[in-house]
Design a protein. Structure first.
Length: 804
């Protein structure tokens, strides 16, 4: 197993270590302390599943060593009585004014202020579940207990920890500097990997016994409906399941079912020609039985007697078995066309050797194995504990189809970032139980578009499949619109994917990461920052039947102004506000200075775009790279690209000058300035420094399409060239007149006409009267919140639209 040796630096710098006969402390940073107790005085320097790098620069600290021991850094002060660790004998005071009760950590005492981590699975969770602890806490400190994790033996395999009375823990004393705490987590536990571009598109997955032609026809139907896909998942029915020769329940299998897939190699080629990657489901628990195609080859490699057709049991503790599992069993199926594996281990953390978790083994070795040829590795599997972020992606399990499940999912996804786990893949739309609710599935799809991975999934029930065209027209239309937008987002997602890995920040972040001192940020656990530019406010409740609008309580962060990327509505930041949306709407707010690159005409496969759209929000300076890999180019006939070459386009916006400059590589580029409602008088477009304003296509969208200034630049060449768009000094987001939108909202209300008349009497001319007068007149109507809220949202959106 030496080929699976991976880079680790588990031995700490001696200058960071303070030790005694039975204790050892390692000051990893001035805010991160490892603490060990070993009854036999033998301490652990091997890499664990959590900690693979302890060789960090020695921070500044001092010690006081007499009857007790004190370790003092700028950020914490540890006192220890040199006895077996206890709450009385080991205490750390953290230098952070995070709570009025102080920040005192005592060994072994639980913290009620931990902000949560994640869970192994959401199987059958109808609503909330326990998310465990992460490394962030409102108390200012958090602990990872690494005492029972597996160890890497340095020879490519693993081992359990020695027996005896032992403690191995890590104290994160970062106060409310949450981003610094996560960077320290990644420094010790390994960086967050990049995922391949194809993983960022729409996945099709369903637990259903498809036939070969049926599956291909389904993929063609998606194409015909202009819904792009990038990954085709085959759940367990790709292999033999209930046939006579299968001696077990059928969950495990490694032989194609030729009745359903008569020519697997042809089937795989057909999917690849459609620019789809193929994932096969693998439930490995029941091992390899004599009916499997690879049984004889596996048995020969393992030296097993096949005369009695004895099954080869799954054994994650046996290096030779794991070698055969990957290099025979998986490799034979990969040769037919499997691109990566969905590993579905459901049997818990038990194996022949206590402490060796089969899920950890599968994740670790399958991920390393997938990257063997230099490609970006990928698996889909369950979370196994701290350190699991090194093996993306996470499969969260069989989600129950209810509003309660949807309501919990955005919080669950964002909170996982508190333990560094940034690539969850959920069963979008739900997998099991519940009932038919087209609105629920539509809202779930919209959330999925702004989740790390967008994987449609459902059970084999004939009533539950997720094809958009099986839903009511308004739901079909909304689902199609958003699934297409997911592929439009791929340039943004791929770029953020690389930047997040480099800068040690997950794609999805809770609001309190950026605003740790604002209590409002903790009150919206479902709301999150998506890729630094966007604030996502998920809708997780059904619409009001009278208004046709769903509501969500949002906290708009104090960033000046924000713009809804779909409607162009401008909002003042720094306040709480109820947002309302029809089924085809979803509140995605871009901050001033945001630059969001999109694919103008997305197709299957997440390939590099033929043309770009770019959303720009003026008001503050902005910058983005647009990163591409040549391996993701649209292939020409006989093209074979084995090594990728990174390409970078850059886009910069300067607010004071009102100037956007872009250094781009070929293709058509159209810039959409959100929230700008008219063509600016001084607008100029230059290409390679030459004025090409007359050749540019300039127009303005108006409600309901959006409220944006659009500039389509003339193409200079297929090579690198520069674009400059001059808007004039210090341009501002437009002051939008919402009267036509307010009229449309009231028009759509399913209420008495007299109520509509009274609302309209107040709404007309609201811009010309003091705000308190308008609010007073609306309040006097005494209508309920569902009726008043959508009107108040627009009246209060932008303070520039009303008189004080």
């Amino acid at each position: 197993m030496e080929k699976y040796i991976f880079p680790t630096k588990p031995k700490a710098n001696p200058g960071s270590i303070v030790s005694g006969p039975n204790y050892r402390f390692t000051v990893l940073t001035d805010r991160l302390l490892r603490f060990e107790w070993a009854e036999d005085g033998r301490f652990e320097d091997r890499a664990s599943t959590f900690a693979i790098n302890r060789d960090l620069p020695v921070p500044e600290f001092r010690i006081i060593d007499n009857d007790g021991l004190e370790i003092i850094t700028e950020h914490f002060h540890l006192s220890y009585d040199k006895k077996r660790f206890s709450p009385n004998g080991m205490v750390a005071h953290v230098s952070a004014k995070t709570t009025k009760y102080g920040t005192e950590w005592r060994f072994g005492t639980p913290s009620t202020l931990n902000l949560g981590g994640t869970a192994r699975t959401l199987d059958l969770c109808d609503g909330r579940c326990d998310m465990g602890d992460g490394v962030l806490s409102k108390a200012g400190f958090a602990v990872i207990d690494d005492s029972e994790s597996m160890l890497f033996d340095g020879q490519g395999f693993v081992t359990s920890r020695p027996a005896g009375d032992r403690v191995d823990g890590y104290l994160f004393a970062y106060g409310r500097d949450y981003k610094a705490a996560i960077k320290a987590f990644y420094a010790v536990s390994g960086k967050q990997p990049v995922v391949p571009r194809y993983a960022l598109g729409n996945w099709w997955s369903r637990y259903h016994p498809y036939r070969q032609e049926e599956y291909l026809e389904l993929m063609d139907k998606f194409h015909k409906m202009d819904i792009p896909l990038s990954v085709a998942v085959l759940d367990m029915d790709w292999h033999l399941v209930s046939e006579e020769q299968v001696p077990h329940a059928g969950w495990t299998g490694y032989t194609w079912n030729k009745k359903l897939f008569p020519d697997p190699a042809l089937f795989a080629r057909e999917l690849h020609e459609r620019n789809l990657k193929i994932a096969l489901n693998d439930h490995p628990h029941d091992g390899i039985h004599s009916h499997e195609d690879s049984y004889e080859e596996m048995a020969k490699f393992l030296g097993r007697d096949t005369s009695h057709k004895t099954p080869i049991l799954f054994d994650s503790t046996n290096p030779k078995f794991m070698d055969a599992y990957l290099n025979i069993l998986h490799r034979n199926l990969e040769a037919i066309g499997c691109d990566f594996w969905w590993i579905d281990w459901q049997q818990g953390p038990y194996s022949k050797i206590p402490g060796i978790d089969p899920l950890w083994m599968l994740n670790h070795f399958a991920y390393l194995d997938h990257g063997r040829d230099g490609k970006i590795p990928l698996i889909l599997s369950r979370y196994a504990g701290p350190g699991s972020h090194r093996y993306p992606l996470g499969f969260s399990g069989d989600t129950v189809v209810t509003w309660a499940s949807l309501e919990f999912q955005p919080e669950f996804t964002a909170t996982a970032s508190n333990i560094g786990y940034g690539w969850w893949s959920h069963d979008i739309g739900g997998h099991i139980h519940g009932g038919r609710d087209d609105e629920l599935v539509t809202r779930w799809v919209q959330l999925g578009v702004f989740s790390p991975i967008m994987r449609l999934h459902s059970s084999s029930s004939r009533w539950m499949s997720k094809e958009p065209w099986l839903y009511r027209d308004e739901c079909r239309s909304a689902m199609t619109q958003f699934l297409t937008f997911r592929h439009r987002l791929v340039p943004f997602l791929y770029t953020r994917n690389i930047i997040c890995a480099k800068e040690d920040e997950p794609l999805v972040q809770p609001m309190y990461w950026e605003y740790p001192g604002r209590e409002e940020a903790y009150s919206v656990p479902n709301q999150f920052i998506f890729g630094s530019e966007l604030v996502v406010v998920p809708i997780v409740q059904p619409r009001d039947k009278r208004t046709g609008l769903a509501s969500v309580e949002a906290w708009l962060p104090p960033v000046g102004r924000l713009v809804d990327i779909f409607t162009g509505t401008v909002y003042d930041g720094g306040r709480e506000l109820a947002l309302y949306r029809p089924l085809y709407g979803y509140p995605i707010l871009a901050r001033e200075g945001s630059i969001i690159p999109l694919d103008a005409s997305p197709k299957n496969g997440c390939l590099n775009p033929d043309a770009f759209d770019v959303f720009v929000v003026v008001g503050k300076d902005g910058y983005t790279d647009v990163l591409e890999d040549s391996r993701d180019d649209r292939k020409q006939d006989n093209d074979i690209i084995t090594e990728g070459k990174q390409r970078v386009s850059t886009i910069q916006y300067k607010q004071a000058e009102g100037k956007l400059t872009a250094e781009v590589i070929g293709r058509v580029w159209t810039f959409h300035f959100l929230g700008i409602t008219s063509v600016l008088q001084n607008l100029r477009v230059l290409v390679n420094g030459i004025d090409r304003t007359q050749d540019a296509i300039v127009d303005v969208d108006s409600y309901p399409k959006g409220q944006n200034l659009n500039v389509k630049c003339p193409v200079e060449s297929n090579e690198r060239y520069s674009i400059t768009i001059e808007l004039g000094p210090n341009p501002q987001l437009g002051v939008i007149n919402h009267i036509s939108r307010l009229e449309a909202i009231i028009m759509d209300y399913q209420i008495e006409f007299q109520m509509k008349n009274k609302l309209w009497d107040v709404v007309q001319g609201f811009e010309d009267r003091p705000l308190n007068v308008t609010i007073g007149r609306l309040t006097a109507l005494d209508y309920d919140e569902a009726i008043m809220g959508p009107i108040l949202e627009l009246i209060l959106a932008d303070s520039r639209t009303v008189k004080v």
